[in-house]
Design a protein around this ligand. Sequence first.
Ligand SMILES: [Ca+2]
Length: 475
Amino acid sequence: MTRLTGLLYGLAALASLTTAKPVCRDESTKFEAEDAVLSGTEILTTQSGFSGTGYVGGFDTSTDKITFTIPSSSTKLYDLSIRYAGIYGDKKTTVILNSGASTEVSLPSTDFFSTVSGGQILLNEGTNTLEIVNNWGWYLIDYILITPSAKREAHNINTSLVNPAASTEAKTLYAYLRSIYGKKILSGQQDLSYANYVATLTGKTPALVASDLIDYSPSRVAYQGNVSQAVEEAITHHQRGGLVSILWHWNAPAGLYDTSENPWWSGFYTRATDFDIAATLADPTGANYTVLIRDIDAIAYQLKRLQNAGVPVLWRPLHEAEGGWFWWGAKGAAPAKALYHILYDRLTNVHGLNNLIWVWNSVAQDWYPGDEVVDIVSADVYAQGNGPMSVQYNELVVLGNDKKLVAAAEVGAAPKPDLLVAYEAHWLWFCVWGDSFINNAEWNSPAVLTEIYNHDYVLTLDEIQDWKTIGAAQL
Ligand SMILES: [Ca+2]
């Protein structure tokens, strides 16, 4: 659900990856697409600049693919590069290793053959298969290149939160998070009810529970009254020793269409409102600006209840902004970033909310609101197969310059810990979405969930009961 925007970022990410991980060309192995097994795709030669005897195109239906056969003398981690031409615009492809975890790779628009990072692949000893499958389709593949991965360098995470007035609770939590980063992953679940479902299923309770402030949005309260228990649920989990993350599907302050296709309760979607964040921010004396601030103040009231209850909050506002499907991201990066700064300033400096640890939730460089207002960078990743999501992890390490902790704030499928370790994908936490994901075997089978929740690398509620003591010892 995340989107890279533009060639510039692709090149920047690649350049940074190359800087961090020197590549010895002699160790790289090239596999020409035209020599692989093709299904629904074809060998072409009209686009100049290809390597070998041609390239592969014709990705126009969902099952179209290229299957590479890759031998490896041992079980080993490799960096994957894909040479492609994006002459039909920004596209995405799916990479599937050994019929297992799938990875989504962005192929930004180009006029010529160009190389993009496909993340990392863990090859087994013997024969491996790597498939490049349609996804959005309409791109040209020249070859893939694999290079043994360099060992990840030590992280260099900031020692302080961005808010100089951060509360002792927030500082303690941050110190604890830093102490486990790269060593363990916190298990997490959206909604207290589904966290309890996980406990029944696996025998282990998630360390982290995420709650959604959606139903405190004033434009929803106007329709249904005060129905939310999100704050109470967060406090319940905190009181049993757990960690709390908060997001907010912010129902637009005004301009809801409230039609059968786009009812009032879908008012956080771009398609369900004419609320224009760019126009609103351009007119600070306008009525829409007034209701925008009214909404922030209403949410501040709920966050203050958490502060008063001693709950430090991993606060993730304006999530998935770069996707554009929510109104706060609908007008591009500039108004989304401006709104984030307004939120930061008003919650911190007007409302004195010092219990917040600020979690940014987009991958793209040009959407990043700045080091001075972000404690943790994160992404929402929906890919089946319980993979390590190493592409997004590595992008976020680059985005935060390896000074920001990195979290998988929403996932469809919980990652397998052995793969996280093998890929050195040091996500601080994973948090599985609720209905139709955690309780859906296509995304998370009970057997895999039980394996994950009982793994040494995965911290569960019973294993983090001393987080305050550990955190306080580092202050
Ligand atoms: Ca080729």
